[in-house]
Design a protein around this ligand. Structure first.
Ligand code: EPS
Length: 396
């Protein structure tokens, strides 16, 4: 069964729910880690009043026994404290759509003039469920020493130039965790805080760039044989599906278009000392412009995904819009919201990207129990290190 997930729930409904199918039995569930990721998603400078109300926690309602998966669908429930969906006073209709939100297209789609019908499900509140799914999948990835690290690269024009590598990412994680904006660069963090504060004073909003790096992937996850299961395609699909994301890149991204091949492609070397203890099996590179995939497959280098988040669509000053009932020109409706949620988006992208890596890992290493999956993984790694395989091994 493929590794997949389905979320449900509205922003101000009773709860969010996510069901993850396709995990093998025997995966240890690190609840503290999942809840820490949920808490991180709630933070970051520039968040609105809602996060003072919520305290996101995953309650396991199916698929887990005594801290281990049992090979059945795993369902997690996250309660909304600000639950008021049926209260027409506290959640009144919204007739003046916000440019940039789902309001206009969604209300026409569902043949209503009340954007509330649409915005409750479209809300980025749903990303809590996606983070829970990704963090759960990371409990499986950890068994194979695959780790994810996400951070904020820029907010508006305040951009860090730090480079994350397999050697420095844990040190960067400490810097990130000390940063109000989740940027592993103290000087740039200060500039980002200033940018967000100025946007707040101007009743405006700001977006930015986030990056996720996934370390420890062996070569050969994903496929070159079918476009639907290419790892880079899966990552792009999943990350573009996050609220407010407008572009997704891997590695050098769009810069590949303006450089010659000799400066884009990552030359291949072999270091025998790394053959047995490195996910690249000793096939080293001095650059990682490809962002860890070639031909739709992981190539043993870190996976690097970058995404651009647009500014939040709910502006304190409003934007020119139209009343859907009267068609009269009106400013868009203001509802309590965030000024900037780029920090939160970095947590979402980190976990959403990790889920896709877990998905392709499961595609390659099937099996009902973690013991079987681990056995298949180890066999593959052993054979890959033995290449070229002699006739005896091939026929065994
Ligand atoms: C959102 C509007 C705000 C955000 C929300 C996304 O919610 P509220 O209307 O309750 O203030 O805070 O994000 C979250 C609740 C969250 O947990 O990330 C929107 O319209 O997309």
């Amino acid at each position: 069964m493929p590794l997949e997930y389905q979320t449900a729930g509205e922003s101000h409904g009773p709860s969010l729910v996510v069901t993850v199918t396709g995990l093998p039995a025997g995966v240890p569930i690190d609840e503290a880690f999942i809840n820490a990721e949920l808490a991180r998603r709630q933070g970051g400078y520039g968040r609105g009043g809602r996060q003072n109300i919520e305290e996101d926690k995953a309650e396991f309602v199916t698929g887990v026994r005594r801290g281990l998966t049992i090979g059945a669908p795993v369902t997690m429930l996250i309660r909304n404290r600000d639950s008021r969906l049926d209260d027409l006073v506290k959640t009144p209709p919204v007739f003046r759509p916000r440019p940039g939100h789902a309001d206009l297209a969604g209300s026409i789609k569902f043949l209503t003039t009340d954007c509330r019908e649409v915005l409750e499900r479209a809300s980025a509140r749903e990303t809590a469920a996606r983070v829970a799914a990704g963090a759960l999948a990371r409990c499986l990835l950890r068994e194979f020493e695959i780790e994810a690290f996400g951070f904020v690269r820029s907010i508006l024009t305040a951009q860090t130039q730090v480079e994350a590598t397999a050697a420095n990412w844990t040190a960067l994680r400490t810097l990130r965790d000390a940063s109000e904006t989740y940027c592993p660069d103290a000087e740039v963090t200060q500039r980002q805080v200033k940018v967000i504060h100025e946007a707040k004073l101007a009743k405006d909003t700001v977006g930015g760039l986030v990056e996720a790096h996934i370390f420890g992937c062996p070569p050969g996850l994903g496929t070159c044989a079918d476009w639907r299961d290419k790892l880079d395609a899966r990552l792009a699909y999943a990350v573009m599906g996050i609220q407010a994301i407008k572009s997704v890149e891997m590695g050098l991204g769009k810069e590949v278009a303006s450089l010659p091949g000799s400066r884009v492609h990552d030359a291949i070397y072999f270091d025998a000392a790394k053959r047995d203890n490195s996910p690249d099996l000793g096939f080293t590179r001095k650059t990682n412009n490809a962002g860890g995939t070639e031909g739709g497959m992981s190539n043993g280098q870190p996976i690097v995904v970058r995404a651009a988040m647009k500014p939040i669509a709910t502006l304190g000053q409003g934007m020119p819009s139209v009343d859907l009932n009267t068609k009269a020109a009106q400013q868009s409706q203001y509802e309590r919201s965030d000024i900037c949620a780029v920090s939160a988006a970095s947590v979402v992208v980190e976990n959403v990207a990790a889920f896709e890596v877990a998905r392709v890992l499961r595609d390659k290493f099937a099996g009902d129990s973690l013991v079987e999956v681990r056995g298949q993984f180890q066999t593959y790694m052993r054979l890959a290190r033995l290449l070229p395989l002699d006739e005896g091994v091939r026929m065994a």
